[in-house]
Design a protein around this ligand. Structure first.
Ligand code: ZN
Length: 248
């Protein structure tokens, strides 16, 4: 964390951080939210977090969403360490740790595209109304990831505000204050879902993983608990070292 960014209110200081986040997995979301709020951006906008958007007969969870007078921005935060490798159209990306371990995770571009599709459907807006932001923590190095485009931005959190400000400067105002309020009214209920819906959401994800076999050795997969929370491992461990992160 940069001292200047903390003083400017762009990054949470250590004390704010300790008070506000519960585990490492949520820190990315917290830091992104903190940067967006605190009057760091110009113009009329609102920030919503943890929206459960209907998708077919399930739900998809959006970490953070900014409805700005110049467009709608959908954020997916990855609080990973190590080296990150991925291609735009690959199904999975890889996190390589300094000890040589590799972890596979679902391509966050595809993951956030699903969020956007669900949101576009829910708000009756075209997909092009949305901009996708994939935010990685400062703890990792983006070794080989796709170049950002106008619609899909992949970057480290310390570059997020600068990039957003640049993007917003180039755009025209498209939504009135009333329209932003209207979107907020439509979306607010999605952030206040019952425990049952949240549980069902998690159960669906677990089921999705448990129904698959290990792509390395064909054995069954199982949910495990590690230092950084839950992950999917192979029942063939320790012979087979396949692990993957649980993507919401
Ligand atoms: Zn295996």
């Amino acid at each position: 964390m940069g001292l200047l960014a903390i003083l400017k209110g762009e990054q949470p200081g250590l004390f704010t951080t300790l008070l506000n986040y519960k585990n490492a997995g949520q820190f990315g979301e917290f830091a992104t939210e903190y940067a967006l709020k605190n009057n760091n951006l110009k113009g009329e906008y609102i920030v919503l977090k943890n929206a459960y958007v209907p998708l077919k007969n399930k739900t998809t969870e959006i970490d953070l969403l900014m409805i700005h007078e110049k467009g709608i921005f959908v954020f997916e935060s990855k609080n990973y360490s190590g080296y990150i490798f991925g291609e735009a159209d690959e199904l999975n990306w890889v996190q390589k740790m300094s000890n040589g371990n590799k972890h596979i995770f679902y391509n966050p571009i595809k993951q956030n595209n699903t969020h956007i599709m669900a949101l576009a459907d829910y708000l009756s807006l075209p997909n092009r109304a949305f901009t996708s932001y994939i935010i990685f923590s400062e703890r990792c190095t983006l070794k080989k990831v796709p170049k950002s485009t106008n619609k899909i931005v992949i970057l480290s959190i310390n570059k997020m505000l600068r990039t957003l400000r640049k993007t917003l400067k180039k755009r025209d105002i498209i939504y009135t204050k009333e329209q932003i309020k209207q979107f907020e009214k439509q979306l607010k209920p999605l952030t206040k879902v019952s425990k049952d819906i949240k549980k069902q959401h998690i159960d669906n994800i677990k089921k999705r993983y448990e129904s698959k076999v290990c792509p390395f050795c064909g054995k069954k997969l199982i949910k495990r608990n590690g230092k950084y929370g839950e992950f999917i491992g192979c029942t063939g461990y320790p012979e087979c070292k396949y692990t993957r992160k649980i993507d919401k």
